[in-house]
Design a protein around this ligand. Structure first.
Ligand SMILES: Cc1cc2nc3c(=O)[nH]c(=O)nc-3n(C[C@H](O)[C@H](O)[C@H](O)COP(=O)(O)O)c2cc1C
Length: 334
């Protein structure tokens, strides 16, 4: 362990020619002008958003979550225009276990970075084969971690970088430790670049995590209401109205839709009366076909007074539907 792990790996904050902009060695080596990754978000971060983020100088990512498939990935790749800039693809571990062709298809698109998250770093297979497959294809292999132990396991397995994802984060995750505490502990514990996730929503948040040794910010919710996102208009309006205090960590949506997410990865989402009604009573919901049918009807109708949207605690920072380029610019200005 070096005395300054962040500096040792070249992840430390650098001043660029413009005094008010931040840059890091990791981002520069990747060809980015902003040390920001737009997190892979299933159903939100498709090819249009990824392309717009990458063209703006950050790293755009296509996300494949529980509805991920080779066909869905093909569709989003066809919409991807990065103008020759780097981009990434984010998959989930249990998704590629179910459909290994997704990883193959992802690598054929020549992404600069591939993340595979929500596996079991502390389980029976500490060396998942995707790490070597991704690295052999010339992409950076990255994963999100929720604890120092997971970060160490991921580094032992050969990943190029880890994302320290705090409990404030939107969507699925293992919501255990606050972002800043987790980031500090992971930066101290491992020698690879550490990205920071969980309610990174403003330039102050970006400056804060870079100052704590992060190689880049990994921001999801901040981009969820962008005009290029797959998010529909009604959902964008709900996100813009919402506040971090409206979020809760829950399995209700997964249970209602019978999605195959492992129970240890609940999601942070916006509370609705439906969520409040079933929170803590997920087994009853699983057994109540009528309630689930009613919920599916609300999904079909796009009724977000019933259907919860994934969002992190930084959702209160969303003020308008904006192009991704504006969000990137806002995140990189101090
Ligand atoms: C709408 C939404 C969908 C998400 N889907 C995925 C996904 O498919 N794969 C993944 O690795 N992470 C997913 N995440 C989690 C993000 O990678 C990241 O951890 C999170 O967005 C960070 O917190 P923030 O939303 O507060 O910025 C999702 C997050 C959101 C908000």
């Amino acid at each position: 362990m070096s005395e300054d792990p962040a500096a040792a790996r070249g992840a430390g904050v650098e001043e660029t020619s413009m005094a008010d902009r931040l840059q890091t060695g990791w981002a520069r080596r990747l060809g980015l002008t902003a040390p920001v990754v737009c997190a892979p978000m299933g159903g939100v971060a498709g090819g249009r958003l990824a392309g717009a983020v990458s063209r703006a100088g950050a790293l755009g990512m296509i996300g494949m979550g529980s509805a991920g498939s080779v066909a869905a990935l093909e569709r989003e790749l066809a919409r991807l225009d990065t103008g020759g800039r780097p981009f990434g693809i984010g998959l989930v571990a249990w998704g590629i276990a179910r459909d290994p062709a997704m990883l193959e298809r992802a690598l054929a698109a020549a992404p600069a970075l591939v993340s595979v998250s929500f596996g079991d770093w502390e389980g029976a297979d500490p060396h998942p084969s995707w790490v070597e497959t991704v690295r052999a294809a010339g992409a950076l292999a990255v994963t999100q971690v929720a604890t120092v132990a997971e970060a160490r396991r991921a580094v032992d397995a050969g990943v190029d970088a880890v994302v320290a994802r705090g409990l404030e984060g939107g969507g699925h995750g293992d919501h255990r430790e606050p972002r800043d505490a987790l980031l500090a502990a992971v930066v101290e514990a491992v020698e690879v670049p550490v990205l920071a996730a969980g309610a990174v929503s403003t330039a102050e948040d970006v400056a804060r995590v870079l100052g704590a040794g992060a190689a880049a910010a990994w921001a999801g919710t901040a981009f969820a209401a962008c005009e290029e996102a797959l998010t529909g208009d009604a959902a964008r309006a709900v996100l813009i109205d919402a506040d971090g205090a409206d979020t809760v960590v829950s399995r209700v949506l997964d249970v209602a839709l019978e999605r195959p997410w492992p129970p240890r990865f609940p999601e942070r989402l916006l509370r609705t009366p439906f969520v409040d009604r079933w929170q803590g009573r997920e087994d009853e919901l699983a057994a109540d076909a009528e309630a689930r049918a009613e919920f599916r009807a609300a999904v079909a109708a796009g009724d977000y007074s019933v259907v919860p949207l994934d969002a992190g605690e930084g959702v209160g920072s969303l003020a308008a539907v904006r192009p991704a380029s504006e969000v990137v610019a806002a995140l990189r200005l101090r």
